[in-house]
Design a protein. Sequence first.
Length: 231
Amino acid sequence: MAGYRSVVVLTGAGISAESGLRTFRASDGLWEDHRIEDVATPEGFARNPALVQDFYNQRRRQLASVEPNAAHRALADFERRFDGQFLLVTQNVDDLHERAGSENLLHMHGELRQARCVVTGEIAPQKGDILPESRCRCCGVAGNLRPHIVWFNEMPLYMDTIYDALADCDLFVAIGTSGNVYPAAGFVLEAKQNGAKTILLNLDEVDNASLFDQQIIGPASLKVSEFFGHL
Ligand code: OAD
Protein backbone atom coordinates (compact mmCIF):
# COMPACT_ATOMS: atom_id res chain seq x y z
CA MET A 1 0.00 0.00 0.00
CA ALA A 2 2.97 2.35 -0.56
CA GLY A 3 2.84 3.27 3.11
CA TYR A 4 0.09 5.91 2.89
CA ARG A 5 -1.88 6.52 6.05
CA SER A 6 -4.54 8.97 4.84
CA VAL A 7 -5.70 9.59 1.29
CA VAL A 8 -7.95 12.39 0.00
CA VAL A 9 -9.26 12.23 -3.58
CA LEU A 10 -10.96 15.16 -5.35
CA THR A 11 -12.96 14.41 -8.48
CA GLY A 12 -14.49 16.65 -11.13
CA ALA A 13 -16.60 16.31 -14.25
CA GLY A 14 -13.80 14.51 -16.14
CA ILE A 15 -14.31 11.32 -14.15
CA SER A 16 -17.90 11.05 -15.40
CA ALA A 17 -17.15 12.04 -19.01
CA GLU A 18 -16.65 8.45 -20.16
CA SER A 19 -20.01 7.55 -18.62
CA GLY A 20 -21.57 10.00 -21.09
CA LEU A 21 -22.01 13.12 -18.93
CA ARG A 22 -20.75 16.39 -20.37
CA THR A 23 -18.03 18.33 -18.59
CA PHE A 24 -18.36 22.09 -18.08
CA ARG A 25 -15.48 23.78 -19.91
CA ALA A 26 -14.88 21.59 -22.96
CA SER A 27 -15.79 22.98 -26.40
CA ASP A 28 -18.92 20.78 -26.25
CA GLY A 29 -19.28 21.44 -22.49
CA LEU A 30 -22.32 22.60 -20.52
CA TRP A 31 -21.03 26.17 -20.21
CA GLU A 32 -20.83 26.46 -24.00
CA ASP A 33 -24.62 26.15 -24.23
CA HIS A 34 -25.59 28.06 -21.10
CA ARG A 35 -24.51 31.22 -19.36
CA ILE A 36 -23.32 30.41 -15.81
CA GLU A 37 -25.15 33.52 -14.53
CA ASP A 38 -28.44 32.20 -15.92
CA VAL A 39 -28.43 28.62 -14.63
CA ALA A 40 -25.90 28.43 -11.81
CA THR A 41 -26.40 31.47 -9.60
CA PRO A 42 -29.03 32.40 -6.98
CA GLU A 43 -29.71 35.56 -9.02
CA GLY A 44 -30.42 33.50 -12.16
CA PHE A 45 -32.86 31.33 -10.19
CA ALA A 46 -34.63 34.41 -8.82
CA ARG A 47 -34.92 35.86 -12.36
CA ASN A 48 -36.11 32.71 -14.12
CA PRO A 49 -36.83 29.71 -11.88
CA ALA A 50 -38.43 27.73 -14.74
CA LEU A 51 -35.27 27.90 -16.84
CA VAL A 52 -33.07 26.83 -13.93
CA GLN A 53 -35.39 23.98 -12.89
CA ASP A 54 -35.51 22.79 -16.49
CA PHE A 55 -31.70 22.77 -16.73
CA TYR A 56 -31.36 20.59 -13.60
CA ASN A 57 -34.44 18.48 -14.39
CA GLN A 58 -32.82 17.48 -17.68
CA ARG A 59 -29.57 16.60 -15.97
CA ARG A 60 -31.38 14.62 -13.24
CA ARG A 61 -33.30 12.65 -15.88
CA GLN A 62 -30.06 11.82 -17.65
CA LEU A 63 -28.76 9.95 -14.58
CA ALA A 64 -31.20 7.12 -15.39
CA SER A 65 -29.34 6.39 -18.63
CA VAL A 66 -25.72 6.48 -17.46
CA GLU A 67 -23.60 4.04 -15.44
CA PRO A 68 -20.44 4.35 -13.34
CA ASN A 69 -17.28 3.68 -15.36
CA ALA A 70 -14.01 1.91 -14.51
CA ALA A 71 -12.64 5.01 -12.76
CA HIS A 72 -15.57 5.26 -10.34
CA ARG A 73 -15.27 1.54 -9.66
CA ALA A 74 -11.49 1.69 -9.12
CA LEU A 75 -11.94 4.33 -6.39
CA ALA A 76 -14.62 2.27 -4.65
CA ASP A 77 -12.43 -0.86 -4.85
CA PHE A 78 -9.48 1.04 -3.40
CA GLU A 79 -11.59 2.36 -0.53
CA ARG A 80 -12.66 -1.20 0.33
CA ARG A 81 -9.06 -2.53 0.29
CA PHE A 82 -7.29 0.39 1.95
CA ASP A 83 -6.75 0.09 5.68
CA GLY A 84 -6.00 3.80 6.31
CA GLN A 85 -8.23 6.90 6.24
CA PHE A 86 -9.93 7.59 2.92
CA LEU A 87 -12.09 10.53 1.89
CA LEU A 88 -13.54 11.08 -1.57
CA VAL A 89 -14.61 14.67 -2.24
CA THR A 90 -16.48 15.25 -5.47
CA GLN A 91 -17.50 18.45 -7.22
CA ASN A 92 -19.88 16.34 -9.28
CA VAL A 93 -23.61 16.44 -8.67
CA ASP A 94 -24.24 13.07 -10.35
CA ASP A 95 -24.59 9.90 -8.26
CA LEU A 96 -22.04 7.71 -10.07
CA HIS A 97 -19.57 7.44 -7.16
CA GLU A 98 -22.18 6.11 -4.76
CA ARG A 99 -23.58 3.76 -7.40
CA ALA A 100 -20.03 2.38 -7.87
CA GLY A 101 -19.88 1.67 -4.11
CA SER A 102 -17.94 4.62 -2.67
CA GLU A 103 -18.87 5.22 0.96
CA ASN A 104 -16.85 7.96 2.60
CA LEU A 105 -17.98 10.50 0.00
CA LEU A 106 -18.80 14.21 0.20
CA HIS A 107 -20.63 16.08 -2.58
CA MET A 108 -19.21 19.55 -2.01
CA HIS A 109 -21.34 21.10 -4.82
CA GLY A 110 -24.57 19.29 -3.87
CA GLU A 111 -26.51 16.48 -5.53
CA LEU A 112 -28.97 16.35 -8.42
CA ARG A 113 -31.02 13.70 -6.66
CA GLN A 114 -31.81 15.96 -3.74
CA ALA A 115 -34.02 19.03 -3.44
CA ARG A 116 -33.93 21.75 -0.81
CA CYS A 117 -36.67 23.94 0.62
CA VAL A 118 -35.71 27.59 0.12
CA VAL A 119 -37.49 28.54 3.36
CA THR A 120 -36.42 25.90 5.91
CA GLY A 121 -33.35 24.47 4.18
CA GLU A 122 -34.73 20.93 4.61
CA ILE A 123 -33.16 18.50 2.15
CA ALA A 124 -35.08 15.54 0.72
CA PRO A 125 -34.47 12.92 -1.99
CA GLN A 126 -35.65 14.04 -5.44
CA LYS A 127 -36.00 11.33 -8.07
CA GLY A 128 -38.12 13.13 -10.68
CA ASP A 129 -38.48 16.66 -12.01
CA ILE A 130 -39.04 19.66 -9.73
CA LEU A 131 -42.16 21.29 -11.17
CA PRO A 132 -43.83 24.64 -10.38
CA GLU A 133 -46.49 22.71 -8.46
CA SER A 134 -43.99 20.54 -6.51
CA ARG A 135 -44.42 20.94 -2.75
CA CYS A 136 -41.81 20.48 -0.03
CA ARG A 137 -42.58 18.20 2.91
CA CYS A 138 -41.84 20.86 5.49
CA CYS A 139 -44.00 23.83 4.41
CA GLY A 140 -46.25 22.12 1.89
CA VAL A 141 -46.08 25.24 -0.29
CA ALA A 142 -45.68 24.97 -4.07
CA GLY A 143 -42.61 26.71 -5.50
CA ASN A 144 -40.39 26.42 -2.42
CA LEU A 145 -38.18 23.63 -3.77
CA ARG A 146 -34.86 24.26 -5.49
CA PRO A 147 -32.18 21.83 -6.68
CA HIS A 148 -29.74 20.97 -3.87
CA ILE A 149 -26.87 22.37 -5.93
CA VAL A 150 -24.24 24.84 -4.77
CA TRP A 151 -24.33 27.75 -7.20
CA PHE A 152 -21.72 30.40 -7.82
CA ASN A 153 -21.65 32.93 -4.94
CA GLU A 154 -22.81 30.19 -2.54
CA MET A 155 -20.68 28.36 0.02
CA PRO A 156 -19.65 24.79 -0.89
CA LEU A 157 -20.68 22.08 1.57
CA TYR A 158 -18.66 20.18 4.22
CA MET A 159 -15.71 22.58 4.10
CA ASP A 160 -14.61 22.04 7.72
CA THR A 161 -14.49 18.26 7.30
CA ILE A 162 -12.67 18.60 3.98
CA TYR A 163 -10.01 20.97 5.33
CA ASP A 164 -9.47 18.72 8.36
CA ALA A 165 -8.88 15.76 6.03
CA LEU A 166 -6.54 17.82 3.79
CA ALA A 167 -4.52 18.85 6.84
CA ASP A 168 -4.11 15.22 7.85
CA CYS A 169 -3.61 13.41 4.52
CA ASP A 170 -0.29 12.16 3.16
CA LEU A 171 -1.60 11.63 -0.39
CA PHE A 172 -3.89 13.97 -2.33
CA VAL A 173 -5.10 12.97 -5.80
CA ALA A 174 -7.20 15.20 -8.08
CA ILE A 175 -8.99 13.52 -10.98
CA GLY A 176 -10.74 15.03 -14.01
CA THR A 177 -10.98 18.61 -12.82
CA SER A 178 -9.78 21.74 -14.62
CA GLY A 179 -8.65 23.64 -11.53
CA ASN A 180 -10.80 26.64 -12.40
CA VAL A 181 -13.23 26.74 -9.51
CA TYR A 182 -12.26 27.64 -5.96
CA PRO A 183 -12.10 26.52 -3.21
CA ALA A 184 -11.63 23.04 -4.78
CA ALA A 185 -8.79 24.29 -7.02
CA GLY A 186 -6.87 25.30 -3.88
CA PHE A 187 -7.09 21.93 -2.12
CA VAL A 188 -3.80 20.84 -3.69
CA LEU A 189 -1.93 23.70 -1.96
CA GLU A 190 -3.61 22.97 1.33
CA ALA A 191 -2.57 19.31 1.16
CA LYS A 192 0.95 20.17 -0.01
CA GLN A 193 1.52 22.70 2.77
CA ASN A 194 0.75 19.93 5.20
CA GLY A 195 3.31 17.63 3.61
CA ALA A 196 1.14 15.42 1.39
CA LYS A 197 2.25 14.06 -1.96
CA THR A 198 0.01 15.56 -4.67
CA ILE A 199 -0.94 13.92 -7.95
CA LEU A 200 -3.16 14.98 -10.83
CA LEU A 201 -4.85 12.47 -13.15
CA ASN A 202 -6.43 14.34 -16.06
CA LEU A 203 -7.02 14.05 -19.76
CA ASP A 204 -4.92 17.13 -20.47
CA GLU A 205 -2.84 19.78 -18.72
CA VAL A 206 -4.86 22.13 -16.51
CA ASP A 207 -4.45 25.65 -15.10
CA ASN A 208 -3.13 24.65 -11.67
CA ALA A 209 -1.04 21.68 -12.95
CA SER A 210 2.26 23.16 -11.76
CA LEU A 211 1.06 22.95 -8.17
CA PHE A 212 1.08 19.13 -8.26
CA ASP A 213 4.15 16.96 -7.58
CA GLN A 214 3.21 14.64 -10.43
CA GLN A 215 0.81 14.67 -13.38
CA ILE A 216 -0.52 11.59 -15.12
CA ILE A 217 -2.17 12.42 -18.42
CA GLY A 218 -4.84 10.20 -19.97
CA PRO A 219 -8.48 9.10 -19.72
CA ALA A 220 -9.72 8.51 -16.17
CA SER A 221 -11.10 5.02 -16.89
CA LEU A 222 -7.55 3.86 -17.68
CA LYS A 223 -5.36 6.06 -15.46
CA VAL A 224 -7.41 5.85 -12.27
CA SER A 225 -7.63 2.06 -12.55
CA GLU A 226 -3.87 1.79 -13.13
CA PHE A 227 -2.90 4.23 -10.39
CA PHE A 228 -5.17 2.95 -7.62
CA GLY A 229 -4.75 -0.67 -8.74
CA HIS A 230 -1.03 -0.40 -7.98
CA LEU A 231 -1.25 1.69 -4.82
P1 OAD B 1 -14.42 21.12 -16.02
O1 OAD B 1 -15.32 20.92 -17.18
O2 OAD B 1 -13.96 22.51 -15.73
O3 OAD B 1 -13.10 20.25 -16.21
C1 OAD B 1 -13.14 18.87 -16.50
C2 OAD B 1 -11.70 18.38 -16.67
O4 OAD B 1 -11.78 16.98 -16.91
C3 OAD B 1 -10.96 18.99 -17.86
O5 OAD B 1 -9.66 19.42 -17.45
C4 OAD B 1 -10.88 17.85 -18.86
O6 OAD B 1 -9.67 17.87 -19.61
C5 OAD B 1 -10.91 16.64 -17.96
N1 OAD B 1 -11.43 15.43 -18.61
C6 OAD B 1 -12.36 15.32 -19.59
N2 OAD B 1 -12.57 14.04 -19.93
C7 OAD B 1 -11.75 13.31 -19.12
C8 OAD B 1 -11.51 11.92 -19.00
N3 OAD B 1 -12.14 11.01 -19.73
N4 OAD B 1 -10.58 11.52 -18.08
C9 OAD B 1 -9.93 12.44 -17.32
N5 OAD B 1 -10.12 13.76 -17.40
C10 OAD B 1 -11.02 14.19 -18.29
O7 OAD B 1 -15.12 20.45 -14.75
P2 OAD B 1 -14.81 20.62 -13.19
O8 OAD B 1 -13.36 20.89 -12.96
O9 OAD B 1 -15.43 19.47 -12.50
O10 OAD B 1 -19.55 23.82 -10.38
O11 OAD B 1 -15.62 21.92 -12.87
C11 OAD B 1 -15.65 22.39 -11.56
C12 OAD B 1 -16.95 23.06 -11.27
O12 OAD B 1 -17.21 24.04 -12.27
C13 OAD B 1 -18.16 22.15 -11.35
O13 OAD B 1 -18.39 21.41 -10.18
C14 OAD B 1 -19.28 23.11 -11.61
C15 OAD B 1 -18.61 23.99 -12.64
O14 OAD B 1 -19.05 25.27 -12.77
C16 OAD B 1 -20.80 24.24 -10.13
O15 OAD B 1 -21.73 24.09 -10.92
C17 OAD B 1 -20.94 24.91 -8.82
